[in-house]
Design a protein around this ligand. Structure first.
Ligand SMILES: Nc1ncnc2c1ncn2[C@@H]1O[C@H](COP(=O)(O)OP(=O)(O)O)[C@@H](O)[C@H]1O
Ligand SMILES: [Mg+2]
Length: 262
């Protein structure tokens, strides 16, 4: 029996995912880095007992990378499925992380798969794969740092049911950090308190702010014996900025909350 990865629900998203899967609707998850999108998809795939195929999209990723290509080997050529074709054949959940990073030609293969045709045309072989009912397409993106040019086209996004995620409420986040890092509730509360203070800062032009992921990293350093202030410096402050003045300002927030010898 496979274990279901731990996921603390924020607000009904597990039910939404399950119903979207049952209705054969693709899902778009929006949210900042480190808020739990990947963990959520891993959790739901395990709960629904479907294999998960994850693709981290980047600006070089093309339709052929997703669908597949002919490979030459041993004097002959043979077709090799890309991750998307593999996921369709297996009836898997296919998760395209940071989909707007991918090259524009990828939308050509996503569109017929994301509407009610549910087919993946493989141009190079002439094959047309029909997605089985268990197959689900899930894409994510981070609206925070996307430039306008890179936003999702309306014709793409309207094919997806959308879920907006953000950092969890304090109470839920304390539970996550405690569980993931293996620290006490009191320690987890300190980290969440710090995150709240850092997230409220608007005067520094940080590209991103203290995410749940960073709190978990800091917590793990603490679990292994590093003092709170050093853990926060390494896992949160220096992870967020390279700018000395900004790092100083963030360190002052840590100092104001916990003093010197926490
Ligand atoms: N709701 C949650 N339940 C359990 N763990 C979480 C949750 N949210 C965040 N985490 C923790 O934060 C880490 C980063 O989350 P992740 O899913 O990778 O973020 P994202 O994909 O949004 O960038 C996870 O590895 C996990 O430790
Ligand atoms: Mg992720």
């Amino acid at each position: 029996m496979s274990v279901i990865p731990f996921y603390a629900e924020q607000a009904g998203e597990c039910m939404l995912f399950e119903h979207a899967w049952q209705q054969q609707l693709p899902l778009l998850i929006k949210g900042p880095t480190g808020c739990g999108k990947t963990r959520f998809v891993e959790h739901m795939a395990a709960r629904l007992k479907r294999p998960l195929v994850t693709v981290s999209c980047h600006d070089d990723l093309s339709a052929a990378d997703l669908v597949g290509r002919f490979l030459i080997g041993n004097g002959s050529t043979h077709w090799s499925d890309g991750p998307l074709a593999r996921a369709v054949r297996m009836g898997a959940i296919c998760y395209l992380d940071e989909v707007v990073e991918a090259r524009k030609d990828t939308t050509v293969v996503l569109h017929p798969l994301a509407d009610d045709r549910r087919i993946l045309p493989i141009e190079r072989t002439g094959e047309e794969l029909a997605a089985p009912p268990e197959f689900m397409l899930v894409i994510s993106y981070n609206p925070g740092y996307q430039n306008l040019l890179k936003g999702l086209k309306p014709s793409t996004r309207q094919r997806f049911v959308s879920l907006s995620m953000n950092y969890p409420s304090s109470q839920v986040e304390v539970g996550i950090v405690q569980n993931e890092a293996g620290i006490s509730e009191a320690q987890a509360k300190q980290l969440v308190q710090l995150a709240k203070a850092l997230r409220a800062l608007t005067e520094h032009d940080l590209e991103e702010t203290a995410s749940t992921r960073l709190l978990v990293s800091a917590g793990r350093l603490m679990a292994s014996g590093l003092p709170l202030q050093l853990a926060c410096q390494a896992a949160i402050i220096d992870a967020l900025t390279d700018d000395l003045a900004t790092a100083q300002a963030l360190a002052e927030v840590v100092h104001a909350l916990f003093g010197d010898t926490a």
